[in-house]
Design a protein around this ligand. Structure first.
Ligand code: AGP
Length: 612
């Protein structure tokens, strides 16, 4: 996610741009920039780091930026590490452009444009879009036609803001998948990724429809379709304050980020599947020839990321039959792990700055083992220092409790497992394609349907608001999911939780089960259902209150002796853990919110633990 803003009016545009960018920093904050029309040309100032760095650079720069029409961008890097040169706006001879989204075919576009004499200075996908619009503008002489021609070629997601040096006081915009709003006020015309950027100027705006070009002038806005016909857009009014707007109307970032999971998985996985419908990570060592050389896999991480590793272990061993060891990063280097040159070490980290994970990475590299990192923050230390990196494109995760990052880490581990299973001859291409299709299409869709259970989960959560202890039990992959469910609940509600393999309870811990103790049983694998049900009977006979979270199929086929059953929408059992993960995240959220806890900033915790 990135934040884009534009203003054209009678006043200096830069204050409007900076204020808008600050309101959009929750969408991305690793670098920022502005471009302003000045005396028939366009000046740009860009800076790595937060908006304050940009403002400082603007104020100290010789470059004039006191024009009345400009665009601004705050970046969440997806292609190319955070740097001045990779920051937006990106230039082309006749224009400047800002972009939120991912251009999937940017390499092909660059190749075509290079043959036409264009050169590229950044590592981003966006620069290709800027020069492609320029390419058509030079030939067609019309900004709107150039934008439509270019977006016919572009594959991917985008919200563009474009200013042309020969069209003063005017901003052009178009979108596909990424959000963009347009507003016209007495102060002038605005474009923005999201409402917070314009809320201090107006509460009325247009939600730009896909495939329509918005033409924003000082005194009015107009909309045209592909045929050049006027298009009417719906004018909307918002009554949120700025803080509510940054959370998209949700009361907390955590619940907003849980709702972003379907899109985050779709964006992260779909761009790692080739034209043939099979995994394509774009990393030489992960192609099916080289991948088969890895005889042992070590997944190393902390907290929620480590719990994603437990899911990965289960899936990789299930379909690829390659041994996987999951290590807590803070233990890894101190236990002198047995590593060999044929091993692969995978580091999972949302922030990419967790000190324990970084230290584990360095230890693995010192032993000559190949390291792959799966990271959400582009250009972060774990991403940079690993031999290769697979970025999760979940967008900024603001809430301390990790949710969408966990889900996309699991999604990439599933895709990795499919590729490894192919490499080891355990999976046919036909079946691999089917799994890829389900992961890209059915899983996000089923998660969206699962999110509709939020009200039911909130009602169920009321029963636990006064609880002091709670147990999560499950078998197989659900035992791994219990670890994450337990961490999620305890870290934001402060209820003491434990995760237990359901078959292990009777070996001691069941002594803690007394009247009314809450137990949550997770069940996605039908072949284990009867075993888990006997575990439920065991704790019930000691007075436990049991909530079972399971699949529609299991709920219909078995008489589960629980006090309450929540069943998730229909999905291939292999992918059911994604849906239960969303449920337990919502469960934790509603309990913590119901207990009046500081959901996004729990006591004692930091979003990234950069100390050992
Ligand atoms: C997750 O909810 C926690 N905030 C914490 O366990 C986190 O997952 C852990 O610190 C690892 O962080 P990372 O993914 O940024 O490396």
């Amino acid at each position: 996610m990135c934040g884009i803003i534009g203003y054209t009016g009678t006043k200096n545009s830069v204050p409007f741009l900076l204020q808008g960018l600050r309101a959009l920093e929750y969408r991305g904050y690793d670098s920022a920039g502005v471009a302003v029309q000045i005396n028939g040309g366009i000046n740009t100032v860009k800076a790595k780091g937060r908006i304050d760095n940009l403002e400082e650079k603007i104020n100290s720069s010789e470059i004039k930026t006191d024009g009345t029409c400009g665009i601004g961008h705050t970046r969440w890097a997806t292609h190319g590490a955070p740097s001045d040169i990779n920051s937006h706006p990106h230039r082309a001879p006749s224009l400047a452009l800002i972009h939120n989204g991912i251009i999937e075919n940017y390499a092909e576009i660059e190749e075509m444009l290079s043959a036409e004499g264009y050169t590229f200075v950044s590592e981003t996908d966006t620069e290709a879009a800027a020069k492609l619009i320029d390419y058509y503008f030079v030939r067609l002489g019309d900004p709107v036609k150039a934008i439509f021609e270019a977006t016919d070629v572009i594959r991917g997601s985008y919200a563009f803001g474009v200013i042309f040096d020969s069209y003063p006081d005017t901003i052009y915009s178009i979108r596909k998948d990424s959000p963009l709003i347009v507003a016209s006020t007495e102060e002038g015309g605005f474009i923005a990724s999201d409402i917070p950027a314009i809320l201090s100027h107006t509460s009325s705006y247009y939600q730009l429809e896909e495939g329509i070009v918005a033409i924003i002038g000082k005194n009015n806005v107009s909309f045209v379709d592909r045929k050049g016909n006027e298009s009417s857009q719906t004018r909307l009014t918002i009554d949120w304050n700025v803080e509510q707007a940054q959370k998209g109307g949700f009361p907390h970032f955590m619940i907003k980020e849980i709702h972003e999971e379907p899109e985050a998985i779709r964006k992260t996985v779909s761009t790692r599947i080739g034209e043939d419908g099979l995994p394509d990570f774009g990393i030489r060592e992960l192609d099916i020839v080289r991948l088969s050389k890895f005889k042992n896999i070590h997944i190393v991480a902390c907290g929620t990321a480590m719990h994603a590793g437990l899911i990965g272990k289960n899936i990789i061993e299930k379909i690829a039959r390659v041994p996987v060891n999951v290590d807590i990063a803070s233990e890894f280097r101190y236990r002198d792990p047995i590593l060999s040159k044929d091993d692969l070490v995978i580091l999972l980290s949302q922030s990419g700055e967790t000190a324990d994970t970084l230290a584990a990475l360095r230890h693995a590299k010192s032993k000559g083992v190949y390291t792959l990192s799966i990271v959400n923050v582009i250009g972060s230390s774990v991403a940079r220092e690993a031999d290769s990196v697979l970025y999760t494109w979940a967008g900024p995760e603001i809430s301390v409790a990790s949710t969408k990052a966990y889900s996309v880490q699991c999604a990439l581990l599933y895709l990795f497992a499919v590729q490894l299973a192919r490499a080891c001859g355990k999976l046919s291409d036909a079946f691999a394609k089917e799994l890829c299709r389900k992961l890209t299409e059915e899983v996000p869709e089923a998660i969206s349907k699962t999110l509709e259970l939020s009200k039911e989960i909130k009602n169920a959560s009321r029963h636990y608001l006064a609880s002091e202890h709670l147990f999560f039990i499950g078998r197989g992959i659900d035992s791994a999911l219990c670890s994450e469910a337990s961490l999620k609940l305890k870290e934001i509600s402060y209820i003491h939780c434990e995760a237990y393999a359901a078959g292990e309870l009777k070996h001691g811990t069941i002594s803690l089960i007394t009247d009314g103790i809450p137990v949550v049983a997770l069940m996605t694998e039908e072949f284990l259902a009867e075993k888990v049900i006997s575990g439920i009977r065991e704790v019930k006979s000691r007075g436990a209150n049991v909530l079972a979270i399971t699949t529609k199929e299991i709920a219909e086929k078995y008489a589960i002796p629980a006090d309450k059953i929540i069943s998730v929408p229909e999905v291939d059992e292999f992918f059911a853990p994604f849906l239960l993960a969303t449920v337990v995240q919502l469960f934790a959220y509603h309990i913590a919110a119901g207990r009046g806890c500081d959901v996004d900033k729990p006591r004692n915790l930091a979003k990234s633990v950069t100390v050992e």
